[in-house]
Design a binder for this molecule. Structure first.
Ligand code: ZN
Length: 191
């Protein structure tokens, strides 16, 4: 292995050869096979020449993907009777570069019974939701909390931002009245 091959800080994938046990101790994120130290995880290699130790630190923070419990903000892409699809734009406070989608089923909208998704959100709305399951690589979302739901809704007739009234949503431009499941900070969220 040439010295340029084992620069500290390089990005490594599982199985990447880091060195041999004569040179290094096997640190966290590594494993040894037949006297050779390999990376066990995707991350940054740290070859500590002083203490003769090879470690790999996983890139947990750099790869920003939805997980169970993540709060996400997404744009509603399509609405059907019993579920809606979201294109996830933000996870936590971070904007995403990758493409992630989520599904919100009508039973996960609220703790009270909701008959149809058409009274919950419309295509083009921005919604805050929580990831409750990532089963089969699908991000299943929930809005069962006061802080969750639609944060910006647009009139399905003219596209104007809807105003929240006590019982419903109202379009100041064309006077259209619509329904949404809104988050408690509807209309005041800075993204
Ligand atoms: Zn309108």
């Amino acid at each position: 292995m040439s010295s340029s091959d084992r620069k500290s800080g390089q990005f490594v994938v599982p199985g990447k050869r880091l060195g041999v046990i004569e040179e290094f101790m096997a640190g966290p994120g590594t494993f040894v096979e037949h006297g050779t130290i390999y990376s066990k995880t995707t991350g940054r290699a740290l070859l500590d020449m002083l203490n003769k130790k090879a470690s790999v630190y996983p890139l947990v923070h750099a790869v920003n993907t939805p997980r169970i419990g993540s709060t996400v903000i997404g744009e509603v892409s399509d609405v059907r009777n019993k579920n809606a699809g979201l294109r996830i734009l933000i996870i936590g406070k971070r904007q995403l570069s990758g493409f992630f989608t989520g599904i919100l089923h009508v039973s996960d909208v609220s703790s009270t019974y909701i008959e149809t998704m058409y009274s919950v959100c419309k295509s083009g709305d921005l919604m805050r939701a929580k990831v409750v399951s990532c089963l089969n690589r699908t991000n299943h979302l929930s809005t069962e909390d006061k802080s969750l739901g639609v944060i910006y809704a647009f009139c399905s007739r003219c596209g104007h931002l809807l105003q929240l009234r006590r019982e419903d949503m109202w379009c100041p431009k064309c006077a259209n009245v619509e329904m949404r499941k809104v988050a408690q900070d509807y209309g005041s969220v800075i993204i």
